[in-house]
Structure formats: structure tokens, C-alpha cells
Design a protein around this ligand. Sequence first.
Ligand code: NAD
Ligand code: TYD
Length: 362
Amino acid sequence: MTDAQPRFARLLVTGGAGFIGSCFVRDVLARKDGTLVTVIDKLTYAGNRANLAPVEADPEQAARLRFVEGDISDPTVVGPLVRDVEAVINFAAESHVDRSILDPEAFLRTDVLGVHVLLEACRSEQERNARGERAAAPRFLQVSTDEVYGSVETGESHENDRLEPRSPYSSAKAGGELLARSYFVTYGLDVVITRGSNTYGPYHHPEKLIPLFVTNAIDDKQLPLYGDGLQRRDWLYVSDHAGAIGHVLEQGVSGETYNVAGNNERTNRDVVTTLLHQLDKPWTLVRRVEDRPGHDRRYAMDSSKLASLGWTNKMPFETGLAATVDWYLQNQDWWRSIKAGEWQDYYERQYGARLAGSTDAG
Ligand code: NAD
Ligand code: TYD
């Protein structure tokens, strides 16, 4: 045990077998401060028990982790889990924009209705608290995204800006966080919300830009760049994102929303140039393909509110990207097993015609 005791000793982490959720779980348990973590994860195509392998390899940490395979939309599973904890951190989501364009329904089920089920379970605990049956009602942290602001051509989004989501994914995420906020306003539930920017790092599912391009490039496969590749994203290293969420969990003011920026804005072309350089692979692998419909041109956030709460990121982009590239080189079993099975159908659906009609990326 360390000296600094966390505010919440028993956590329910939804989506804790995914990319950012598993980083949060690994980092919390590695603090060795006695925190108990229950993970609920549906293990969709994006969920992977192997993401928690480092925890399970350490008996002390493994003893403080309980893993439940289950759906956040199922109140019979969620209710008893929320009963046991002091805080719920909701990472669980369908998370990929391109899949939301191919098939939006699952996004509404998990990213909106699933949030409702979690909030109702917290509200039941609040009622138990009012009856004197438990200490405090659980704190609910909703992990949201900068994509709820929509495409930001100039300047930076602030927490009170209008939400203008433009994809089924970002619209569902906006619905989920608005619902969470409504439970603070209407029922006085202890809710905090984070809006993180584009996250990258180890254990990132290979459907997303950086891991897709790194893993394809390792195999000398084509890299499908959407449109002119001049879209801009603000890149946030995964342990910085998880750390910011932990910081808001501990320090965030109830009812407030916090932007989590990376402060590493790059065009997609710049990102691809850097990762190819780090892999020593040629630009000729890059193909210009048909653009994503409704493609958001740019995301950028101001995160001075989070800074004033005392959080700063640690990882510079080029260092984080080099560590990420290295991780994918060292952990080929992890991503090669994901790129088997369901992946092949998805890849053909998303990229088959695009790559067949692709042109030189210049
Ligand atoms: P991910 O797709 O890697 O992981 C999502 C996890 O949720 C998976 O383990 C999946 O099995 C699980 N899940 C999906 N549906 C579920 C359900 N109905 N019940 C229980 N578990 C379910 O996503 P990620 O990149 O780790 O993102 C985590 C959260 O952070 C999401 O809410 C996402 O919207 C948000 N976010 C992501 C980014 C990013 O760049 N990756 C940026 C900002 C915010
Ligand atoms: P992505 O990683 O899907 O994150 P998001 O859409 O949530 O920002 O995509 C990042 C950027 O990379 C986005 O502008 C779309 C672009 N992109 C490509 O050009 N090709 C691809 O194959 C993918 C997956 C993304």
C-alpha cells in the first residue's frame, strides 16, 4: 500500500477489456494501493481479455480484479455490480466511426441505452443511500469524446460549446453524456464527464488509424488514407488519457465536464509520415482512397479547465508514437490474432472497393 489513499476504493470499470479501459485498470491496479476493481465487459470484437494479462500475471493485482463478462445494457447483471462499488467509470462503448457508418444500431444500444441502464443502477443506489442502506451513492464518470463537438474548422472547443456531432458514433456518444448530465440535474446523481481526444498507444485495436497503418506497414500492405489526408486530429497517449480520467474521478466537481486534450495536433499525413519513418517503410505503401462520408475535418479542444484541476499530460507525441510502434513490433501475436476471423469480413467491407479504386497518395 502507498501513503496516498484514493477517494474511491471499490470501482466498477465498464469496457475494461478495451483499449483505454484496460489501460485504466492496469494503471490503477499497478498503484498497489488496495483499490478493488470489477470489470464488466461484453467482449465484443473490440474487447480482449489479453489486454488484462499484465494484471493477471501478478498475483497481488489479480486478487484485486474481478472480471465479469456481461452487457451494460442488462440491468440484471449491472444492478448487483453497482451495489458493491463506490464509483462507476463507463468506458464501454462501440467506438469506431467507420463501423457506426456501416451499422449504427449497436452504437445506440450500448452508447445510449447502456448508459441509461448504468445510470438507473446508480439511481437505485442513491435511493438505498437515502434509506440509510449504504454509505454514499456511487460517483458516475462518463467517458465521452471530443467528437461530440463536431468538426472544428478553427479555434478550440470549450466545455460549454454547443454539441454538433455528425456521425452515428459521435451522436450516440453525445446522447449518452447528455443523459448522464440529466441524471445530475434531475436526480442529483454524482456525475462527472470527460471528453478525450484521439487516443493512441499499446493495445489499440487495429481498426483505428495508427494501429492499422503500423500493422499493415509491418507486413508491407497498402495504407488506405481517406481523401486528401489533411484532416487534423489531436493525439493523446493512452496512459495520459487514463490518468486524466482517474484525476477527474478523484478531483472533478460533480455535474462538470472536462476536456482532455492531447495538445499534439497533426494532419493524418503528418502522422503517417512519422510512423513510416519510425518503421523505415516507404510512402509508396500509402494509397489515397474514397473519403469517409461526413468526415470531420478537425478536432481541437481547450483543456485549461482540466489543467486548473491539476492535470498535465506527460507524453510527447513523437516519443509516444515510437513507443507504440515498438509495442506493435514486439507484440505481433496480439494483433495478428485480432486480424484473423471477423476482421477479414470487416476489412473487405470497409476497404475492398476503396483499395480497388485507390490512387497514388502523392
Ligand atoms: P474500445 O472499442 O477499444 O473498447 C470498448 C470496450 O467496451 C470493449 O472492451 C468492448 O468489448 C466493450 N463493450 C462494448 N459494448 C459493450 C457492452 N454493451 N457492454 C459491456 N462492454 C461493452 O474503445 P476505447 O478506444 O477503449 O474507448 C473507450 C471509451 O473512450 C469509449 O467510451 C470511447 O467512446 C471513448 N473515447 C475513445 C477515444 C479513442 O480515441 N479511442 C477518444 C475519446 C473517447
Ligand atoms: P480513427 O482512428 O478512425 O479515429 P477518428 O475517426 O475517431 O478520429 O481515424 C483517425 C483519422 O484517420 C480520421 O481523420 C480518419 C483517418 N483514417 C484514414 O485516413 N484511414 C483509415 O483507414 C482510418 C481507419 C482512419
